[in-house]
Ligand binder design. Structure first.
Ligand code: ZN
Length: 471
């Protein structure tokens, strides 16, 4: 065990209020016994690769430039980059930097620290956890690529555990396999400063069956059982000093299909990347053209929050991208979410639902927007420096995780947007204020609630009221 070492376990897509003692007893007990960050939040857009990149750079999309799961990039003409596919990420990398912020893995390598990634996530997500792993001398065990690769960690895993089992929904066998790689290979023979274990359930099963479906609850129980084995191993002192658990975003119910590409066809030139989060790159991004498109968008029944401007200023009837830390030069000219469909404008946690554009069937789980159910994440830690049985209500988000890991290793987090969550170590928490930003345009009202935590902005939630009052 190395001083300051950490195992970071991610439960993809686990909404905080679904991490219950009934469904996930080991996780719930761990969270209660350590420092539990009850106001932890995801990113905007609340999409996995945005979340991965924000977690492993300590920065937001405005800094690192991975502005959505799929987005138009100058390196790929004619179609958006699919960040879930490592091949697409390699196309972007060949044309210029993939990321515009320094990854955590690079910082650790520069300090002579080791990092291992063990992942059941997509090839793109796994790559983004430590994009320069090979150059850094760090190992990556990906359940997607392992059986035909011949890296040392793959050989060791095959020799001890056999081949990686097939992917299923729920992904029980692979998740068990990944957990065993951590406890039976990574620590006994690598003893790293940081290991990341990324479990792609319950996200995978939520998308397929729904947030509260029996299949999803079974996936939660299985991931919790795997975590229980890890917890028992960690408590025996076999692993790292610190254990941190997180989720990258939550999910809510997809209730109605929207077709922004069809409904917006004609009358404009440019590119659309549709989803719960939508990006519009206009050939003519003049203020008049943006205003025309905003008027058109906000009369659509499925239109949610609309962002423009990449900075502090925005077109009439839209919120500035700067409020969500999404305004990178690669960001779209207009970003918009699909509307919530639940009661109370989608603010009721138990009933959260929304329009969706693709990928799932009605009733399946979805994410990407600004509903609290999408943004509300799990974050808790335990170890020698963490306060025990402590609830921290200081708001925090994914970019705070890397600075906290660096802090535990005695390393600085210069240039990161996030901050080390030192209130978990007994220090005074920063000052927090909460503000709701509202814009109204012809009867369509958009709200964005946001914290300032020691001068750093974190989005709490967003919602809309009314419809565009036209005619
Ligand atoms: Zn995810």
């Amino acid at each position: 065990m190395k001083p300051g070492s950490t195992l970071l376990v991610t439960f993809d897509g686990l909404r905080r209020d679904r991490a219950t003692a009934d469904l996930m007893p080991n996780l719930a007990a761990f969270m209660a016994a350590g420092t539990d960050f009850i106001n932890a939040r995801s990113m905007f857009p609340s999409e996995t690769r945005v979340c991965v990149t924000s977690t492993f750079t300590g920065c937001a999309p405005a800094d690192h430039g991975l502005v959505a799961n799929t987005f138009h990039h100058p390196a790929l003409a004619g179609r958006p980059v699919n960040t879930g596919q490592v091949d697409d990420l390699m196309h972007v990398t060949a044309a210029g930097p993939l990321l515009h912020a320094v990854p955590l893995g690079d910082r650790l390598a520069a300090a002579g620290k080791s990092m291992v990634v063990v992942s059941t996530a997509s090839t793109g997500s796994t790559h983004l956890m430590n994009p320069h792993a090979a150059a850094n001398g760090h190992e990556v065990f990906s359940c997607h690529q392992t059986n035909d690769r011949d890296a040392a960690i793959d050989r060791d895993a095959r020799a001890l555990l056999g081949p990686v089992p097939p992917m299923t929904t729920p992904n029980d066998a692979r998740i068990t396999h990944a957990g065993r790689v951590v406890t039976e290979i990574v620590w006994p023979s690598r003893d790293p400063d940081l290991c990341v274990l990324w479990l792609n359930d319950p996200d995978l099963t939520e998308h397929a069956f729904g947030v509260t479906a029996p299949e999803t609850e079974a996936a939660q129980r299985h991931t919790d059982a795997v975590f229980g084995d890890i917890l028992a191993w960690w408590r025996r002192g076999k692993g790292p000093e610190n254990l941190i658990v997180m989720s990258d975003h939550g999910q809510i119910t997809g209730s109605a299909l929207a077709s922004p590409a069809a409904d917006l066809a004609g009358g404009w030139e440019g590119r659309l990347s549709p989803g719960v989060f939508n990006g519009l790159w206009l050939d003519d991004p003049s203020p008049a053209a943006v205003a025309r498109m905003v008027d058109r968008l906000t009369e659509m029944p499925w239109c949610g929050l609309v962002f423009t401007g990449r900075g502090a200023d925005a077109a009439v009837g839209t919120l500035p991208m700067g409020l969500t830390a999404q305004g990178h030069a690669l960001a779209p000219d207009i970003a918009f979410t699909l509307r919530s469909t639940g009661p109370d404008h989608g603010r009721d946690a138990a009933e959260q639902s929304r329009y969706f554009a693709d990928y799932i069937a009605v009733g399946g789980g979805i994410h990407g927007g600004l509903n609290r159910g999408e943004l509300s994440t799990v974050l808790a830690g335990a170890g020698p420096r963490f306060q025990a049985a402590t609830v921290s209500d200081t708001p925090c988000w994914l970019p705070d995780i890397a600075p906290t890991i660096l802090h535990l290793l005695g390393l600085p987090a210069h240039g990161m947007r996030g901050r080390a969550l030192t209130e978990a170590f007994g220090e005074a928490p920063p000052t927090v204020t909460h503000t709701v930003h509202t814009v109204e345009h012809r009867g369509f009202v958009q709200h964005l609630a946001r914290w300032e935590v020691g001068g750093r902005g974190i989005v709490d939630e967003g919602w809309t009221e009314g419809t565009g009052a036209w005619g």
